[in-house]
Design a protein around this ligand. Sequence first.
Ligand SMILES: Nc1ncnc2c1ncn2[C@@H]1O[C@H](COP(=O)(O)OP(=O)(O)OP(=O)(O)O)[C@@H](O)[C@H]1O
Ligand SMILES: [Mg+2]
Length: 254
Amino acid sequence: MGAQPRRTVLEASDLRKRFGDIMAVDGLSVSVAEGEVFGLLGPNGAGKSTTINLICGLLAADGGEVRLFGEKVTPGAEVVKRRVGVCPQDIVVWPKLTCLEQLVFTGEMYGMRAAAARRRSDALLAELGLAEKRKKPAAMLSGGMKRRLNFALALVHDPDVVILDEPEAGLDPQSRVMVREYIRAMAARKTVLFTTHNMDEAERVCDRVAIIDRGKLLILDTPDNLKRTAGRKGEGGGTLEDVFIALTGRRLRE
Ligand SMILES: Nc1ncnc2c1ncn2[C@@H]1O[C@H](COP(=O)(O)OP(=O)(O)OP(=O)(O)O)[C@@H](O)[C@H]1O
Ligand SMILES: [Mg+2]
C-alpha cells in the first residue's frame, strides 16, 4: 500500500530467434522490475536458455529487442558487461586455474582493482562453501562445487542484474538451500532472472514466474496466483507443478 512502483530494469519485447526450422523464441515479451526475482520456467527445449542468451546479447535476435536500464542490448553491449552477471547452463570454468585465480581474473576483467577483486573473491568462496578449495584448480572440484564456482563467477563484479540458467542443477540439498537463500538475500539489492525445472524452488524463491513453451509465453504471474488459477480450473491439487503440467502437457519434448 502506497509503495512506489518499481522501475523496469529489463524489458524484452517481441523477441524472436529461429534455428533452421525451429522457432526457439517466438514473440516473447517479459519485463522484470528492480529487485524482483523472476523465474523462467518451461519444458526442455522451451526456449529458456535461448531467451537468456538473447537478453545477454550472446545471441543476435531475429526480431524484437531487449532493453536493460533503458539501453538497447546488442551483441557485446557495454551495458551488459557493466551491469549483468550471467551463470550459464553449461558450466564454464577454467580447469587449470584455481578457484581464487579465476574469480580474481574475472573481477579484474570487469574492471575491479586487484585488491578489491581478491577481497570479494575470498568472501564469495567462503559464502559458497569453497574456502577450502580456493587454491585448488577447478578441475579438482566435484560437479556441484563447479556449479557453485560458476555461480560465484557471475557475482564477483557485484552486478545489478544476475541471470542464472538452472543455478541449482546438480546441487545437493544443502547447496540448493544456500543458493535459494543467497538469491532471496540478493533481491534486496539486485534484480534476478533465473531458469529452473525445480517447481518447489521457483515457488519459494520467485516473486513472479513465466511459463514458456515452444518459445511463447503461456502465463506470467505470482506463484500464488498461478496456483489459485489452477485450483479454479480444477486441474490438479494446485501446486506449481500441476499448473505447469496443465499448461504444457505430459508429452516429452524431442
Ligand atoms: N545453437 C543452436 N542451434 C540449433 N538449435 C538450437 C540451438 N540452441 C537451441 N536450439 C534449439 O532451440 C530450442 C530451444 O532451446 P533452449 O536451449 O533455449 O531450450 P531450454 O528451454 O533452455 O531447454 P532446457 O530446459 O533443456 O535447458 C530447442 O529446440 C533447441 O534444440
Ligand atoms: Mg536451457
